[in-house]
Design a protein around this ligand. Structure first.
Ligand code: NAD
Length: 479
């Protein structure tokens, strides 16, 4: 990506001054963590962390701000429109910080996504539903704020994820304490500084910390709703804590998305979409294609065409010219994907492209296409969250559908074929919260999103998302 000198110098200054946003003030932390450059593995910044006292202050501020914030949806939309303008006006700065935080060469696209999502929430009208109660009564269903939201986030899309979730929750009238991942903490804090005077003090708080900070937020007495995006393991633990106090809960968890390629598919159209669906952002997308099932008649062609694209990738830092694929964002993720690749090779997989970490500094893994793996291999059974795709062959479509569903995950999936009616009928049989035909990964703030099975509880986006951040009240009036 190209970066202007002013964006990088303002960005570096913003990174050096990163602070928590608590009760409308930018506050220093009580601790500090090192932030690593994914392209080199070296520490490039330090970031403040919050202890339980700061979490408590943020929660108190959010609770105090709630009654006034809940009062006017028009005022909330106006503030969200201002937030949208602030993101758009600082797009270059945010893209620079995001690229440093995550190593993502497409950081500018994520910032544009944040603008689009923020604008959606700033314009959405929250309806009052009417229920037909027959003569003698009028019944409406109205949406009230759920209260103080403890929002705990993953590292892979730290700006878009934050902006989308807060857009929805703030529109619903909630107030928020958000905790980004300690693996990509700078973009959310720089964003927090930019919007520090957009909302009334206490409405929007951002603190950085680790899992213990997240636990303190979940169990805090003022938390009404926990909104979590991250791994199944952490989601399970959070659900356990939240359930003892009956806190409201929304969980967006991991996935092991299957894509099924039907025999009569148009591969010229499908291959670029499958590639992007699997390898965009080095595969670090919850809804990436993580297993590809291809009819045996097209298996060789599909796998070889994907391998050819893999070989053409130019890996490097987001700031190097011509780079098409960045590093993994975190060292643990790099180590995990390296381990899955080594395991796949040991268990008989054939890497027809890639197949190893890149011999250079930083967290780079060669984009890898595996053939010859079956269920039971870790790379097929587990979520890799990296630039490595197992391509599996099937002869009977029923077997492919069974295999696609034979997982505890259920986030999303796709079917690729020329007969749209038939492809849709197959897609509907996938046990997943979102299914696509001839695309994978397309979504917007308006499209409900969430998982079946272990991939989550609840739906984000659109009015269903607003409902999740709301308490619904049924109002009966006798006529
Ligand atoms: P993670 O679960 O390790 O961490 C996520 C966040 O939770 C971090 O902020 C972390 O500090 C915090 N945390 C961890 N344990 C906690 C606990 N017990 N209590 C409270 N907070 C806790 O996940 P990650 O490695 O940051 O993210 C990768 C995972 O996120 C992948 O599985 C990916 O599929 C998933 N993800 C899902 C979606 C979605 O919308 N479904 C989107 C992005 C990422």
């Amino acid at each position: 990506m190209s970066v202007t000198t002013s964006a990088s110098s303002i960005g570096d200054e913003a990174i050096a001054n990163a602070k928590h946003l608590v009760d409308g003030e930018l506050v220093a932390g009580t601790g500090v963590i090192e932030v690593f450059d994914p392209s080199t593995g070296e520490v490039f910044a330090h970031c403040p962390t919050a202890d339980d006292t700061i979490v408590d202050q943020a929660m108190g501020a959010a609770a105090r701000a709630l009654p006034e914030w809940a009062r006017s949806a028009d005022a909330r939309r106006a503030a969200l429109a201002k937030m949208t303008d602030v993101i758009a006006a600082n797009a270059d700065l945010l893209a620079y910080v995001l690229a440093r935080d995550t190593g993502n060469p497409n950081a500018a696209m994520e910032v544009q996504g944040a603008v689009d999502h923020a604008r959606y929430w700033s314009e959405l009208q929250i309806p009052v539903d009417t229920v037909d109660f027959g003569p003698g009564g009028k019944v409406t269903v109205e949406r009230h704020p759920a209260g103080v939201v403890a929002m705990i986030l993953a590292w892979n899309a730290p700006l878009l994820m934050l902006v989308n979730k807060i857009g929805c929750a703030l529109l619903a009238g909630d107030t928020i304490v958000a905790k980004p991942s300690p693996f990509a903490p700078l973009t959310p804090l720089v964003f927090g500084a930019l919007i520090s005077d957009v909302f009334p003090a206490g409405v929007m708080n951002i603190v950085v910390g680790d899992a213990d900070t997240g636990k303190a937020m979940v169990s805090h007495r003022l938390t009404n709703l926990v909104s979590f995006t991250g791994s199944v393991a952490a989601g399970r633990s959070i659900a356990g804590v939240a359930s003892t106090e009956l806190k409201r809960l929304a969980l967006e968890l991991g996935g092991n998305d299957a894509a099924i390629v039907l025999p009569e598919v148009d591969l010229d159209a499908a291959i670029p979409g499958i590639w992007n669906g699997a390898f965009f952002h080095s595969g670090q997308i919850c809804s990436a294609v993580k297993r590809l099932y291809v009819h045996q008649s097209r298996y060789q062609e599909v796998s070889e065409r994907l391998a050819a694209i893999a070989e053409q990738q130019h890996l490097g830092s987001p700031f190097e010219p011509g780079v098409t694929m960045g590093p993994l964002t975190t060292r643990p993720q790099f180590e995990r994907v390296s381990e899955l690749v080594a395991d796949a090779l040991r268990s008989g997989g054939e890497a027809i492209a890639g197949g190893a970490p890149v011999d250079r500094e930083g967290y780079f893994i060669e984009p890898t296409i595996f053939r010859g793996l079956t269920a039971g291999s870790r790379l097929v059974d587990e979520e890799q969250f990296g630039p490595v795709l197992p391509v599996l062959s099937y002869s009977d479509l029923e077997d492919a559908i069974f295999a696609a569903n034979d997982t505890s995950y259920g986030l999303s999936g796709s079917v690729w074929g020329a007969d749209l009616e038939f492809a849709q009928s197959v897609a509907r049989r996938l046990q997943a919260g979102t299914v696509w035909v001839n695309r994978h990964g397309a979504m917007s703030a308006a499209t409900p999103y969430g998982g079946f099975k272990d991939s989550g509880i609840g739906r984000e986006n659109g009015l269903l998302g607003v409902d999740h951040f709301s308490e619904l009240q049924t109002v009966h009036v006798g006529l």
